[in-house]
Design a protein around this ligand. Structure first.
Ligand code: FAD
Ligand code: EGU
Length: 458
């Protein structure tokens, strides 16, 4: 059987390794960082994230869903929108309590996956291995072991799976070999993570727990997800030029007093100032590439294949679904991975490009309309129609978040819904105008109109 190298032991790499090992393949995982379980705090990436159906179904397939659901995540049944005056409004994700997102710690999930990886005796994990070069035709890889000593290690595999994130080295090696398409886009916004600690008085959550908290402010926004330790992780998304205009403690506190006043006592003035100025805003990038395979030798999965902006909460979910789809294709193709690679790429490309676009649409929508009426009206209209036609009218975010309907099909359904709404609008406007004209004509209030019509008909 072919030997497999998985480059990147993040969320998607460790999950891919489990699925492939379950099929009987021997898998070597190479991860440039140290084992997170031996470390104090993992810096950088967001601390908690929203897990939904696509990610859950992959975890379910590995038998990991139940423990996450019961012990290691927090259900978020609705968004809780905070306005500038501190008023809060809930908009549920579903019509009853059956639809919710799970807030889960990135670190916990990563450690859970690595512990799962270790249960397979046909997987070996190599930490502190940074891929620095590869000959993809021969399956040869060069790893940097120790940053100081420049120690290198050469390894070989029949098939290489690149799960090494948005700045993938495996992907870089593919660019030169085939007609590889690539595009990337940094958005104007960067993010900073803050924290709302448990309430000092009783150690309880300082805000309503089972919600995704949102502070939409038009050109920028803040969101907060609950953690198991009774804290919340708050993420501020804002254009870089705004960050650049906040230079000192005064600027920052004035800014928060103006736009997020209710959050100041929750975060704590001192902590807010400390954390804000100790961290620089992180960029957000969206990446599309094509194809995902190199012949029958290499495959890109997760962010390495499709980095997206986080405004649909789908990056990890999509990466987990990648693993499940590869597994399903293997089952359907006699577990012949070489044969499956190009099939996977063809099948997955359109769907991934669609969710990358949808995430960017949400970014634009968030930037331009979250505050405005149209967004809320459409959300409520969707809810109403979904309540009336639960099986036939599923809002776009529901299809994306709570089903495994391929992303491409989700937007086809959405286009159909948009057409229905547009037609209803036309019909109601026309009906309204006709009624208006008829009534004014009959009541004779508009004699001018009467005369005009009579004259014209004679
Ligand atoms: P990564 O998590 O980036 O892992 C890649 C791994 O490869 C890392 O461990 C890295 O050390 C390793 N690596 C990199 N280069 C090399 C190399 N050369 N050699 C060896 N190893 C290497 N998604 C959701 O589904 N829900 C959310 O709520 C959500 N919120 C988000 C919020 C923010 C602010 C951001 C930025 C992202 C969010 N995402 C969310 C997206 C999610 O974080 C990513 O989609 C997910 O982490 C991708 O996993 P990955 O394993 O493909 O890549
Ligand atoms: C951003 C950062 C709320 C986790 C889009 C909703 C997100 C998440 C939304 C992050 C928003 C925005 C949707 C889901 C989800 C909402 C969604 C965004 C999880 C339109 C940890 N977004 N996110 N839309 O509807 O469909 O609640 O970092 F703030 S889950 Cl920007 Cl459904």
């Amino acid at each position: 059987m072919d030997s497999i190298a998985v480059v990147g032991g993040g969320l998607v790499g460790s999950m891919a390794a489990c699925f492939l090992a379950r099929k009987g393949y021997h898998v070597d995982v190479y991860e440039m960082r140290d084992d997170p379980r031996t470390q104090e705090q993992v810096v950088g990436k967001s601390i908690n994230m929203a897990l939904s159906e696509r990610g859950r179904s992959a975890l379910r397939s590995l038998g990991l869903e139940t423990q996450i659901l019961e012990n290691y995540s927090i259900k978020m049944f609705a968004r809780l929108i905070h306005d500038v005056s501190g008023r809060k409004r809930a908009i549920p994700y579903g019509t009853n309590r059956d639809q919710y997102l799970l807030s889960i710690s990135r670190r916990y999930l990563n450690e859970l996956m690595l512990t799962e990886v270790e249960k397979f005796n046909n997987i070996s994990v190599n930490f502190r291995h940074k891929l620095v070069g590869a000959n993809l035709d021969e399956g040869k890889m060069t790893f940097l072991l120790d940053d100081d000593k420049q120690r290198q290690r050469h390894q070989k595999a029949d098939i290489i799976i690149g799960c090494d994130g948005a700045f993938s080295s495996v992907r870089r090696a593919m660019v030169k070999l085939i007609r590889f398409n690539y595009s990337q886009q940094y958005i104007e916004h960067g993010y900073i993570e803050l924290s709302i600690p448990p309430r000092a008085a009783d150690g309880q959550y300082a805000m309503e727990v089972n919600y995704l908290h949102i502070w939409p402010r038009g050109s920028f926004m803040m969101i907060a997800l609950p953690n198991l330790d009774h804290s919340f992780t708050v993420t501020l998304f804002m254009p870089f030029r705004y960050y650049e205009s906040i230079l000192d403690r005064n600027d920052l506190l004035n800014f928060f007093k103006q736009y997020f006043p209710d959050s100041i006592p929750l975060i704590g003035e001192e902590e807010l100032v400390k954390v804000f100025f100790a961290n620089s805003p992180q960029p957000l990038i969206s990446i599309k590439c094509q194809p995902y395979n190199y012949l029958d030798k290499v495959l890109l999965m997760g962010d390495a294949a499709h980095a997206m902006v986080p405004f649909f909460g789908q990056g990890m979910n999509c990466g987990f679904e990648d693993c499940l789809i590869l597994d399903e294709l293997l089952t359907a193709n006699n577990n012949n991975l070489r044969k499956v690679l190009p099939v996977y790429s063809d099948q997955r490309l359109g769907n991934c490009h669609t969710i990358i676009d949808l995430a960017m649409d949400n970014y634009v929508e968030m930037r331009d309309l979250v505050n405005s009426r149209t967004f809320l009206v459409r959300k409520q209209l969707d809810r109403l129609l979904n309540w009336v036609f639960p099986r036939h009218w599923i809002p776009l975010y529901s299809m994306v978040t709570f089903t495994r309907i391929p992303y491409q099909q989700c937007i086809q359904d959405r286009r159909w819904q948009d057409r229905v709404i547009a037609r209803c609008q036309t019909v109601s406007i026309v009906t309204f105008l006709c009624t208006f004209l008829y009534v004014t004509y009959r009541t004779g209030k508009l004699n001018l109109l009467h005369d005009h019509l009579v004259l014209n008909f004679q």
